[in-house]
Design a protein around this ligand. Structure first.
Ligand code: S3P
Length: 172
């Protein structure tokens, strides 16, 4: 099998779940935000502030391209990555699997503090909600859709992802 990409909004649990899936499947784990930070040697808020979101997105796509060269990774993408059609095409062309982690808005909102300065695109709850609604159709283009209640642990979500992956493999 090829790489596995976890997609979904900020606070969906992509990083925590990705780590568990990788451990269970004996794969490497990569957080795309961490890769961008390492590439630009700055934190995400600093990148947004000093270089702007476009520069962040360029670096995000470049780091995503690098992951495509591997076949053994579980990748947690940032909340905006899968909304870029070029990024989606990269994942699709690599025959990698994308998994949409889809907890309800209320669960997401309760996990993220408006004052969270780590997430420049979470300006306030109202604006974040509008972004969530706008991006949801993009996330729904993922190959696997995990509808969550938001009360599951990362282990529970990893269980769901692993069985969906098994079913997906049987179907192809
Ligand atoms: C972003 C989400 C963040 C990070 C950056 C932008 C977004 O990742 O990539 O702050 O636009 O949704 P997480 O989804 O891991 O918070």
């Amino acid at each position: 099998m090829s790489n596995i990409y976890l997609v979904g909004f900020m606070g969906a649990g992509k990083t925590e779940t990705g780590r568990v899936i990788a451990r269970r499947m004996g794969r490497g784990f990569l957080d795309l935000d961490d890769a961008v930070e390492a590439r630009l040697e700055s934190t995400i808020p600093e990148i947004f502030e000093a270089l702007g979101e476009d520069a962040f997105r360029e670096a995000e796509t470049a780091e995503l391209e690098k992951t495509i060269l591997r076949k053994d990774l579980v990748v947690a993408t940032g909340g905006g990555a899968f909304s870029d059609p070029d990024n989606r095409r990269l994942i699709e062309d690599a025959k990698a699997v994308s998994i949409f982690l889809d907890p309800p808005w209320e669960a997401i909102c309760s996990r993220i503090d408006e004052r969270d300065r780590e997430r420049p695109n979470w300006v306030d709850d109202r604006k974040a909600r509008a972004l969530f609604v706008k991006r949801r159709p993009d996330y729904l283009l993922a190959e696997i859709h995990l509808e969550l209640t938001g009360t599951e642990s990362p282990m529970d979500v990893a269980d769901m992802a692993c069985s969906a992956l098994r079913e997906n493999q049987c179907a192809t």
